[in-house]
Design a protein around this ligand. Structure first.
Ligand SMILES: Nc1ncnc2c1ncn2[C@@H]1O[C@H](COP(=O)(O)OP(=O)(O)OP(=O)(O)O)[C@@H](O)[C@H]1O
Length: 252
């Protein structure tokens, strides 16, 4: 079942085509990494697909009424700003908002969803800490937990692992892989191609306003693609513990 379909999708800003002719579907069970150089259009693609900025063509998510959209997709933006000095537990509970009626208090089921999200992001000991007083990486984990608590079929996150330490980067990618294995789907943009190669089931490469490649990591990260899109050489090998990808040198 498709959880996001984009057809002839594009974004124009200040009369410049930032994205054009984008077509793809994401289904249950996929962990999709959106990769591409700085300025390629990754954030624009995700925000437009969500209906947060104007676009041409069709997005199955943008077409939904806002209330249904909040139950169809959770979104973690690149900006990590936490506006209010609330405790982590309360911040994560905000993820349940689309499931609550006007003025309705959280139910047992909402508290259980918050607890699952806190555990997934290793935040059990942080639940009573003031979110604005956490470190940058801890705040990022709290915001991922808020998106997880929404318990939507699809999670979209813009550079969610930037600023996390290696253990929490791996743990977060594993949590996303678990969600996919449970029958949901996750779409993340990321610059760490090693983690993308290792954990994603599929990579979509955005470059020069279009999709340069789309497929399983080992099929996408060819030397030619990596050279032409990122301007680097790289090491790629299928090992007993999974795919290992490491950028090596800038190519002139
Ligand atoms: N509000 C805007 N008005 C005009 N152009 C914009 C606007 N926002 C982004 N752009 C342009 O759109 C292009 C794509 O930007 P976007 O932020 O989507 O790239 P990205 O792939 O997410 O980059 P990064 O890896 O640096 O986060 C860039 O050339 C950027 O300058």
């Amino acid at each position: 079942m498709s959880l996001l379909t984009l057809q002839n999708f594009g974004v124009t800003r200040r009369r410049r085509d930032i994205l054009r002719g984008i077509n793809f579907s994401v289904g249950a069970g996929e962990l999709v990494g959106i990769i591409g150089p700085n300025g390629a259009g990754k954030t624009t693609l995700m925000r437009a697909a969500l209906g947060l900025i104007a676009a041409v063509g069709q997005s199955s998510l943008a077409a939904l009424p806002p209330r249904l959209r909040g139950r169809a997709v959770a979104w973690m933006p690149q900006s990590r700003e936490i506006a209010w000095p609330v405790d982590v537990q309360r911040l994560v509970m905000l993820g349940r908002t689309p499931h609550l009626g006007a003025g309705q208090r959280p139910t047992e089921a909402d508290h259980a969803a918050v607890e699952r999200a806190l555990q997934r992001m290793d935040l059990g000991d942080f639940r009573n800490r003031t979110a604005t007083r956490l470190s940058g990486g801890e705040q990022a984990r709290a915001l991922i937990a808020r998106a997880l608590a929404q318990e939507t079929p699809l999670l979209m996150a813009d550079e969610p692992i930037a600023g996390l330490d290696p253990a929490h980067q791996i743990a977060t990618m594993r949590s996303f892989a678990d969600l996919a294995a449970e029958g949901r789907a996750v779409i993340v943009s990321l610059h760490d191609l090693g983690l993308a190669a290792r954990h994603c089931t599929r990579l979509i490469v955005v470059d020069k306003g279009g999709i340069a490649a789309d497929g399983p990591p080992q099929a996408v990260l060819t030397p030619a693609l990596v050279r032409d899109t990122f301007g680097v050489s790289a090491f790629l090998e299928e090992t007993a513990s999974g795919l290992v990808f490491q950028p090596l040198d800038i190519l002139e």
